[in-house]
Write a protein that binds this ligand. Structure first.
Ligand code: ADP
Ligand code: XUL
Length: 541
């Protein structure tokens, strides 16, 4: 029976999920993770990010990602599964991050020496030591230049699915071209994290899929081709440096001789990789329109499948390609898990105590509100971090715990309205989806059932399912997505969290008040104290 491997190279870790699928026998046979900071401490990352003097800059190490891949493949080869049964592998990676390779890369990728670790061999193939990642917000100048050159933000949004965003790859490439023109000129290929890791597996420069390419402000959403006006606005000669874009189920090749000779892998198909959010869409089973997913990882995201690309006129959300060939509407928040950790750590709590604080505090928090921009924020755009407390004492641990979780969930509900998905059920994934007290707030805020998924790493599971789908399609078996996900990504009724009507009514009152606090924190609205007092009177008498 064939096995399929999905890898997820996320901000903080690399995860592998192996599944078997044949007729009715289907299931996860292995899950394994390595945390970059702990497993590869010699790169000096913190939460997967390199230390930085400039607060808006966020980079990571392409060499660390390559070494992590090697460590994981070694672990799989020496583990309990029979890797000779591996039919295909695909992957998921944090979106937007870019890797810059020189013209030596093609040869090294093609003829790697299996007796030496791959990381040693690719060291000389990078034209830039570091990779800017999605947490970077240092490119406001370049964003303005690109938007102006293509005829404005809404034009860019209508063509590419998103207005210009600091973390998107186009502005990042432009900044590199301006700051290091010689190194830019020496760049033969600009990869995303997804196509870079796929290249290491396949032994040649791999293509991108529309799901990840749509996170660059460079791809025309309607055609899945590079948009010449955007390339021109970004950097000279860019067309010649980008990978091609292929449908999400295209084989990029087979595991190269390096993996075969070094670890005994078979020549399994490498299906083109995608971004973590597009992969999660599959991994949480959202292959039809009408439901939403929340991913509570390093970033918090709220997303759903769209048959038609409905672009966000408010400019906060994105439309990406979905691995099914349809579209993915998404809103991303930078202050996700790390903001929850900041509150947890400020009060010296464990996750159990954090959950207990949610259980022992009141819905609506007695009108105490936190706007939790511990780091720069993506939604709404905030470049200078700032934590704003309304009627909330900084040393009140339980109230701060409730306030951060309520703020994040209300922000997700408010800033996903543009998708116009009336969700009666939400699928939850990511590290913090293990926390049922957090998910209860999600259910009460959205007024929807929330289903935590059995496999917490939905991005890696989605990648494994994409590997299976791509392999079957390449064999000429036209297989539907419903069949692919069946038995893997179905919500389990027993784990469902149901919204409470009274608590949902409280959040319906609080949400406009939270929006007013957000506007005030942004410097765009009046003091929200009268609104908070009115909310307290109405709700708590
Ligand atoms: P990513 O894939 O973005 O690297 P994950 O989805 O693996 O991140 O999520 C990791 C995060 O999950 C950690 O940073 C941690 O804050 C959070 N987490 C883990 N367990 C819990 C818990 N019980 N309650 C809340 N958050 C948790
Ligand atoms: C999405 C985004 C993040 C990253 C990291 O636009 O920036 O969700 O993909 O997970």
């Amino acid at each position: 029976m064939p096995l399929y491997l999905g890898l997820d190279s996320s901000t903080q870790s690399l995860t592998a999920v192996v599944i078997e699928i044949e007729h009715d026998r289907r299931g996860v046979v292995l899950e394994s993770s390595l945390v970059f900071d702990e497993a590869l401490p010699h790169y000096g990352t913190r939460h997967g990010v390199l230390p930085q003097a400039e607060p808006l800059v966020a980079t990571s190490s392409p060499l660390m990602w390559a070494e992590a891949l090697d460590v994981m493949m070694n672990r799989l080869a020496h583990g309990d599964i029979d890797i000779r049964r591996l039919a295909a592998v695909s992957g998921s990676a944090q979106q937007h991050g870019s890797v810059y390779m020189n013209d030596r890369a093609a040869r090294v990728l093609e003829t790697p020496d299996p007796s030496r670790p791959i990381v040693e061999q690719i060291r000389g193939t990078l034209s830039r030591d570091v990779a800017p990642i999605w947490m970077d917000s240092s490119t406001s100048v370049e964003c303005a230049e690109i938007a102006a050159a293509v005829g404005g933000d809404m034009k860019l949004a209508n063509r590419t699915g998103s207005r210009v965003f600091e973390r998107f790859t186009g502005p990042q490439i432009r900044k590199f071209f301006k700051q290091a023109p010689v190194a830019y000129a020496a760049t033969d290929r600009v990869h995303l994290v997804s196509s870079y890791l796929a290249s290491l597996l396949a032994g040649h420069h791999a293509p991108l899929d529309p799901g990840d390419a749509s996170g660059m402000n460079l791809m025309e959403l309607a055609t899945s081709h590079w948009w010449p006006a955007a390339l021109e606005a970004t950097a000279p000669g860019l067309a010649g440096k980008l990978p091609s874009i292929v449908t999400s189920w295209t084989p990029a090749g087979r595991l190269s001789s390096y993996w075969q000779s070094r670890y005994g892998f078979p020549p399994a198909r490498v299906i083109v990789w995608s971004g973590d959010n597009p992969c999660s869409l599959i991994g949480v089973g959202l292959v039809r329109e009408g439901r939403l997913a929340v991913s509570l990882g390093t970033s918090d995201t709220v997303f759903g499948l769209m048959q038609e690309p409905r672009v966000d006129n408010t400019g906060t959300g994105h439309v990406f390609g979905a691995p099914t060939g349809a579209y993915l509407g998404l809103t991303c928040f930078q202050n996700g898990s790390l903001a929850r950790e900041r509150v947890r750590d400020a009060h010296g709590l464990t996750w159990t105590e954090f959950s207990r604080a949610l259980e022992t505090t009141q819905t609506g928090n007695g009108g105490r509100v936190l706007v939790p921009w511990f780091q720069a924020e993506i939604t709404p755009p905030v470049l200078t971090p700032g934590v704003h407390r309304y009627a909330l004492a900084a040393d009140d641990a339980p109230a701060n715990v409730r306030a951060v979780v309520e703020a994040q969930q209300m922000a997700m509900a408010l800033h996903s309205r543009w998708m116009r998905v009336e969700a009666d059920a939400i699928h939850a994934t990511g590290g913090a989806a293990a926390n049922r007290q957090i998910l209860q707030v999600t259910a009460d805020v959205f007024g929807a059932d929330v289903y935590p998924l059995e496999v917490a790493n939905s991005a890696a599971l989605g990648a494994a399912l994409r590997a299976a789908h791509g392999d079957m399609m390449a064999d000429g078996r036209s297989v539907g997505w419903e069949d692919v996900i069946s038995g893997f990504a179905e919500p389990i009724a027993a784990s469902r969290l149901r919204p409470d009507r009274w608590r949902h009514a409280v959040y319906r009152e609080l949400m406009p008040v939270y929006a007013a606090c957000e506007a005030h924190a942004l410097g765009r609205g009046p003091e929200p104290t009268p609104l908070l007092e009115r909310f307290r009177r109405l709700t708590f008498g």
